[in-house]
Design a protein around this ligand. Structure first.
Ligand SMILES: NC(=O)C1=CN([C@@H]2O[C@H](COP(=O)(O)OP(=O)(O)OC[C@H]3O[C@@H](n4cnc5c(N)ncnc54)[C@H](O)[C@@H]3O)[C@@H](O)[C@H]2O)C=CC1
Ligand SMILES: O=C(CO)COP(=O)(O)O
Length: 341
C-alpha cells in the first residue's frame, strides 16, 4: 500500500481521498484553507462540495503541507487556476521517487498552456502523470465502476499510478498521449456547457447529439493540430468524458449551461452552481488557441460570443445552423492556416 498526499479539498480531492483510504492506502488530504479543513473534520464530510460522503477519521486532514511530505504519490486536485501555485508548493515536499499526478481539467488562462506544461515548469525533476476520463467525484466516492486514463511521457510513472490507484471500482488504462488526454479533458467541458444550454432551452435530443458529435470533431481538430493522436479522442479521455459530462446532472458544466439556457447570465449561472466550472474559462483559452493555430472551432466560437460578448443564444444557434454547407469529414482550417480551407 502507498502513502498518498492529495492536494485540494474540493469534491474531487475528497472523493479520491475517500476511495484511496477505502482501499488501504495511507492518505493525507491537504487543503489551502484551514477553515474548510476544520469544517470537513468537524462534520465528517464536505457538506457543500460532496454532501453525504463520509470522510473517515483515518484520513489525515491538514492545511500544513509539511505533513504531506514523504508520499509515494502526490495528486494535485485543485481547479486549473490554482495549478501553478499548488505545483510550486508541492515541489517542497517531494521525495526523489515521488510520482506527481494531476486530475485538473483545463488550460492555463492567458498562456493557454496545458496543465502538465505548467506543472513541469514548477516541478522540473519529476515526471507528471495526467489522470482523466469519465469520473464524477460523486460516483468515485460511491465506489461504482469507473474507468480513466493515466497519461505520461514516462511510461514507468503511468504504470506506477495504474498499479497503485487501480482497485475493484477503478480501472486505469495507460497512455503516452499526454497532449490528447489533457486536451480531451479540458475541451469537453466547453461542449458540456453547450449541451446544458440545449437542455435549458429544451431543444431535445437531436440537437444535443449533434453538439456532442460535432464537438468532438472540433476537439480532435485542435488536438491533432497540437500534436495529439486522433485515436485518443475516441477513447475514455475524449468521447468517454464528453458523454458523461454532457449527459450527467452531476456535471457542473452541464448544470451551468442549463441555467444559461433558462435565461440566467453566465455569471449568475456560475454563482448558482457554486463550484468549479472549468468550461467557461476553457472557452476563452480554446477560442484563442484556435485562432492562433488557424483551426476552425465554430461551436467554441459561438459559446465564446455568448459568454464574453453578450451574444443572444438563439442567434448563436441560428448562426451555427446557417454555416456554409460542408462535407462531414472535411478538414477545415481558418484562412491563413497551412491546410486547404
Ligand atoms: N468534481 C469532479 O467530479 C471532477 C473534477 N475534476 C477536476 O478537478 C479539478 C478540481 O475540481 P473539484 O474538486 O471538482 O472542484 P470544487 O469546486 O469541488 O472545489 C474547489 C476547491 O479548490 C480549492 N481551491 C480553490 N482555490 C485554491 C487555491 N488557490 N489553492 C489550493 N486550493 C484551492 C478549494 O479548497 C475548493 O474547495 C477541476 O479542474 C475539475 O475539472 C476532474 C474529474 C472529476
Ligand atoms: O470531469 C468531470 C467528470 O469526468 C467533471 O465534470 P464537471 O466539472 O462538469 O462536473
Amino acid at each position: 500500500m502507498a502513502k498518498i498526499t492529495i492536494m485540494g479539498t474540493g469534491g474531487f480531492g475528497v472523493a479520491l481521498a475517500v476511495m484511496s483510504h477505502r482501499f488501504g492506502h495511507t492518505v493525507t488530504l491537504w487543503g489551502k484553507f484551514p477553515e474548510e479543513i476544520n469544517q470537513i473534520r468537524s462534520w465528517g464530510e464536505h457538506k457543500k462540495l460532496l454532501p453525504g460522503v463520509a470522510v473517515h477519521s483515518g484520513i489525515h486532514l491538514t492545511s500544513d503541507l509539511e505533513e504531506g511530505r514523504g508520499a509515494d504519490v502526490v495528486i494535485l486536485a485543485v481547479p486549473s487556476f490554482a495549478i501553478r501555485e499548488t505545483a510550486r508548493a508541492a515541489q517542497s515536499i517531494l521525495g526523489e521517487n515521488t510520482v506527481v499526478a494531476s486530475v485538473a481539467k483545463g488550460l492555463e488562462s492567458g498562456s493557454q498552456k496545458r496543465l502538465s506544461q505548467v506543472i513541469e515548469e514548477e516541478i522540473s525533476d519529476h515526471s507528471i502523470v495526467i489522470l482523466s476520463g469519465p469520473s464524477h467525484a460523486e460516483e468515485i466516492a460511491r465506489g461504482v465502476p469507473t474507468t480513466i486514463v493515466a497519461a505520461s511521457k514516462c511510461r514507468e510513472s503511468a504504470e506506477y499510478i495504474q498499479d497503485t490507484l487501480s482497485n475493484k471500482t477503478l480501472r486505469i488504462y495507460v497512455s503516452d498521449d499526454v497532449i490528447g488526454v489533457e486536451l480531451g479533458g479540458a475541451l469537453k467541458n466547453i461542449i458540456a456547457v453547450c449541451a446544458g444550454i440545449c437542455d435549458g432551452l429544451q431543444l431535445g435530443d437531436n440537437a444535443k447529439a449533434a453538439l456532442m458529435t460535432r464537438g468532438i470533431a472540433e476537439i480532435a481538430r485542435l488536438g491533432t493540430t497540437m500534436g495529439a493522436d486522433a485515436e485518443t479522442f475516441s477513447g475514455l479521455a475524449g468521447i468517454g468524458d464528453l458523454i458523461v459530462t454532457c449527459t450527467s446532472m452531476h456535471s457542473r458544466n452541464h448544470r451551468t449551461g442549463i441555467l444559461i439556457g433558462q435565461g440566467l447570465t453566465p455569471d449568475e449561472a456560475i454563482e448558482r452552481v457554486g463550484m468549479t466550472v472549468e468550461g467557461c474559462i476553457a472557452t476563452k483559452s480554446a477560442y484563442e488557441l484556435a485562432r492562433e493555430k488557424h483551426v476552425s472551432m465554430p461551436i467554441v466560437e459561438q459559446l465564446y460570443d455568448v459568454l464574453y460578448r453578450n451574444k443572444d443564444i438563439k442567434q448563436a444557434i441560428s448562426d451555427l445552423m446557417g454555416r456554409p454547407k460542408r462535407h462531414e469529414n472535411e478538414k477545415i482550417w481558418l484562412q491563413g492556416g497551412n491546410e486547404p480551407a
